[in-house]
Write a protein that binds this ligand. Structure first.
Ligand code: M6R
Length: 364
């Protein structure tokens, strides 16, 4: 049941602090500040490449995780959407681990990609929410997301639980490959353990976000920009908005703005800028100033320091808590979801069952 929530999507957004902590505890020992090695089931010291395949929101979660595997574990990552990967005839090396990410574990293209990798003799691992699913059954190692059943067609808690599981895996991989020491492992585990508490704080911003959506509900196009892990988050934000509000939205790497999309900027297309005050903040802010200089209206999602450094008049600024860099995608996913949700509710669309969409895409 939806409890006291209006839609399953809203209920599932509010469940995130709890389910994320459940997922994290499966992989991490918070008291010791270590990875639970028995939960990993893959020897990352024997692989030299990770090939990740997924669709939709699961693909964006994997695209965030790519930054973590590369930075923390120095593990090269290939990533593709399953519908392309399965026909690409990519040369695969036996020392690669093939990783599939799927909430349902039944997505046709993801399953076909898994079978392709299996036929090439690769070791298969999957990050799945439904552990009895076909993808789970055909994997050598399963990493459950433990989000519980997700009813809303627009994925929310499955996304953040996928991020949680893969962040833990990246730490495990770093440890196995000797790219992080015990002190760094502890710092990263501590950072992740704080995610549920920060997400609870962000959920309290719902009224402010709802007010911003009164404006978003009137527009035809929205552009989302971000750098680093905020880039896949920008694409996830655009997907979420188009799925449930039917507003046309695009997610772009902020650095690509000048290479085309800047031509679209005018006062009718809000630009949602995802910019925590990290090492890429100044770069993203200069892109944001280019938007403002052309009459574009900006909705900035940042932290306190980022809000002070922005130096433009934004249409709205959503100020999130200062969080450790590792967990920014987990925390910044929340305003992204809430913006899409309240825009759709304001417009009166069928949030849990959007037109033309199925929860699980079991045909090609
Ligand atoms: O069950 P899966 O995670 O394999 O599903 C993948 C996509 O179909 C799914 O994430 C879809 O994009 C959602 N509707 C996103 O909200």
């Amino acid at each position: 049941s939806k409890g006291n929530h209006r839609h399953f999507m809203q209920k599932e957004m509010f469940e995130q602090p709890e389910v994320i902590s459940h997922t994290l505890s499966n992989y991490l020992d918070f008291t010791m500040g270590t990875v639970r090695e028995e939960a990993i089931g893959v020897d990352f010291s024997t692989i030299d490449r990770l090939t990740i395949t997924a669709c939709g929101t699961a693909f964006y979660a994997a695209s965030v995780a790519r930054y973590w595997f590369e930075q923390i574990a120095r593990l090269p990552v290939d990533i593709d959407i399953a519908s392309e990967f399965r026909y690409r005839e990519m040369p695969l090396s036996k020392n690669s681990l093939a990783l599939f990410v799927s909430q349902s574990g039944e997505t046709a293209d993801t399953l076909a990609s898994l079978r392709y990798c299996k036929a090439q003799g690769l070791k298969i691992a999957s990050v799945v929410n439904v552990t009895g699913s076909t993808i789970a059954r055909e994997s050598d190692a399963i990493f459950p997301t433990l989000a519980g059943p997700e009813i809303g067609v627009a994925s929310t808690k499955a996304f953040t639980c996928q991020l949680s599981a893969m962040a833990a895996l990246a730490i495990a991989a770093g440890k196995a490959r000797g790219t992080i020491d015990a002190r760094q492992e502890q710092q990263l585990v501590r950072a992740l353990s704080e995610a549920p508490r920060y997400i609870n704080q962000v959920l309290k911003l719902e009224n402010q976000i709802e007010a911003i959506c009164q404006h978003l509900a009137k527009v035809k196009h929205v552009l989302y920009l971000g750098r680093g892990t905020s880039y896949p988050l920008a694409m996830e934000g655009a997907l979420k908005l188009k799925e449930i509000s039917y507003i046309h939205a695009e997610g772009y790497a902020a650095g690509e703005l000048k290479h085309g999309p800047i031509a679209l900027i005018d006062e009718t297309m809000p630009v949602i800028v995802i910019a925590p005050s990290d090492r890429l903040y100044d770069k993203t802010v200069s892109n944001m100033q280019e938007v403002a200089a052309r009459g574009g209206r900006v909705i900035l999602i940042t932290d306190r320091k980022g809000a002070e450094g922005a130096r433009i008049d934004t249409m709205a600024t959503i100020v999130l808590p200062d969080v450790p860099e590792l967990i920014t995608p987990l925390v910044y996913a929340l305003p992204i979801q809430m913006l899409a949700y309240h825009t759709a509710v304001t417009m009166g669309t069928d949030v849990d069952q959007p037109r033309n969409l199925a929860k699980s895409v079991t045909v090609e």
